[in-house]
Design a protein around this ligand. Structure first.
Ligand code: ATP
Length: 216
């Protein structure tokens, strides 16, 4: 029987934008994933203060996916957002492994900025026992000059295609550059602009009606 392959795009999604959707779709198509879950963090431990609460970020991710054809196989995973206090990816993946079983391939999908950050994640080397990493180049963030410990894992685990295993590989895939970040969107919104086309209309309506990201 074919192994189930589940992609996870974790992030703050503060707010969600078309770059996140493009990342999820590109990973799905490039790696042949059965589904991709967008998983907003709970209270963020790396980003000191986010603009929106975890409940609001979760609501916006739901709206970003609302109305998509189910054949797209893009889903929301609310397990971190609904948890109190900081969450660590390695703990979340441990829970997923228990839920999805030992044979499923779990694929953590990351932009290259996150690969540079990896050594700041709690118990990051344990991630490879639980999941694969799938990394794409993010605009202006090169895959060169990685921290030495990350480079060593890439040499050991790097592969051109997803290995037929539940976890342990690092695979790179290409996607067309999408020049958008949540930071840039928040700046636009703070100026009172509506960044049409950079985030789904339902998300922009939610931001508007909840008066998020505005300057006080
Ligand atoms: P911020 O600007 O607040 O740091 P962000 O736009 O980078 O936010 P995150 O929620 O931190 O969004 O990102 C979640 C994941 O999506 C990360 O792996 C990140 O690399 C990736 N990502 C975000 N924007 C893009 C984009 N435009 N293209 C490809 N990947 C992206």
């Amino acid at each position: 029987m074919r192994r189930r392959t589940i992609g996870i795009v974790g992030g703050t999604f503060d707010p969600p934008h078309v770059g996140h959707l493009a990342l999820a779709r590109s990973a799905r198509d490039a790696l042949g994933l059965d589904e991709v879950r967008l998983m907003p963090t709970g209270q963020s431990w790396q980003k000191a203060s986010t603009g929106a609460s975890s409940a609001q970020r979760l609501a916006m991710v739901r709206l970003a996916l609302q109305g998509l054809d189910p054949a797209e196989r893009l889903l929301v995973d609310d397990r971190e957002a609904l948890q109190d206090g900081p969450t660590y990816t390695v703990d979340t993946l441990t829970g997923m492994r228990a839920a999805f079983g030992p044979d499923a391939a779990i694929v953590l999908v990351l932009g290259s900025d996150q690969l540079h950050n990896l050594p700041t994640w709690s118990r990051w080397q344990t991630l490879f026992e639980l999941a694969h990493l799938a990394v794409t180049q993010r605009e202006r963030v090169s895959l060169q000059g990685l921290p030495e410990a990350v480079e060593a894992e890439v040499s050991r685990r790097g592969a051109d295609a997803l290995p037929d295993a539940p976890a342990g590989g690092i695979v790179f895939f290409r996607m067309p550059a999408v020049a958008v970040s949540a930071t840039a969107l928040r700046a636009q919104l703070a100026r009172g602009e509506r960044p049409d086309g950079l985030s789904p209309p339902a998300v922009l309506d939610y931001i508007d009606s909840h008066r998020l990201y505005r300057r006080p």
